[in-house]
Design a protein around this ligand. Sequence first.
Ligand code: SAH
Length: 457
Amino acid sequence: MKEDTVLKKNEECIIHIEDMGNDGEGIGKYQGYTLFVKNALVGDTVRVRAMKCKKNYGYARLMEIITPSPYRVEPRCRIALQCGGCTLQHLDYEEQLRRKQKKVADCIERLGGITGGYELCSIIGMQNPYYYRNKAQFPVGSKNGKLSIGFYAGGSHSIIDTDNCCIQAKENEDIVRAVRSFLEEENISIYNEETHEGLVRHILIRVGFVTGEIMVCLVINGNDLSDKEKLVEKLKSIKGMKSISLNINKEKTNVILGNKIRPLWGEPCITDYIGAVKFRISPLSFYQVNPAQTRVLYEKALEFACLQGDETVWDLYCGIGTISLFLAAKAKKVYGVEIIPQAIEDARENARINGIENAEFFVGAAEEVLPEKYRQEKIDADVIVVDPPRKGCAESLLDTIVLMAPKRVVYVSCDPATLGRDLKYLTSRGYELKKVQAVDQFPHTGHVETVVLLKQM
Ligand code: SAH
């Protein structure tokens, strides 16, 4: 039996949008019943039509903006509202920042149970919140026999055709045009997701923002590309071009890259820097997508770690070792732990090319490696840095941290909710929250990164 809800499917109502969800959806109430509305902004008064009604909340479609939010702006990108990438481009950037800061503070209060006693630093946004991404993956498809290259529409795999994107590197435009003309002129077959036939699937582009070096990798459902010299000819004249390759992905999957790379021209890797640390990046390597704000975030982590040069430091969930290598210059010894073996190989290689000898890396789950090294090898910690994925830290890891009793814990978080939860755990076991700094790594999306400092009481 269907439950009675305040609204029924297809009924319309007028609501005021009071808040926004993680994916940029507007949230408002109709007679106490919560509605989520895509493309509605905080401050808007809107007419909506109920689409899906659950017991305590529902989803509604935006029908008309009756009074626009004072924070509503014209998005710079013409496809912003259809594209699945940016969810907040139509919200004034200063207001985006205010909302992200508020979300972090709310989670610390509501989920962390911490109501004050710490310094809430002002969120650090970008001077120019456009063209910040150094990595783009353009899906390639065919619609009614016509080539389409661009981005997926929100929640679908339908491609919106475009050569540019105003949060990605400007260089992409010339590259996409060159690949597009090559595919058209040579009549190259295009991959079809449904039938799993056709060749070209994606264009991967990476740009070293500090070095200006560019990498282009064409993902194909096959072993080779006919007339590849013609593609190279078109691409190699683009300023900064350093590496051109094919990636072989013959699987029926949504995963973009396969494991095999076939070099076509130039170097196998490009180089880039975050601060003074150099990174070598292959098509398959993980690398932070907003290097400018990554530097800001990790410099804050370094500042909070407050190293004097004689400390033993752990960098848990270290990825390719970015934070570890930042910390190594100021510490006696840094230990990094990461679950993906390839990332640890990259971390070791990055240490080597930077001549860093006091960083050591272990493959494994942080919650297993840390207690093992502490109990069996008696390696201790003056400072522990954690940078976990969205689900936050395992409780058993937090227990080990408490047991090891470092003077400072620096927590880098990509999800304020799990940050709040983990802070609650640590602050009820001998740690005090001292500083909170949010950094906007992903302007025009709902994501926010935070770095916090905890001290032993
Ligand atoms: N600081 C890193 C990025 C961290 S992202 C950098 O700058 O490169 C979070 C990382 O945690 C990912 O690399 C992920 O592979 C890793 N990870 C996930 N679960 C883990 C676990 N249980 N133990 C160790 N690492 C884990």
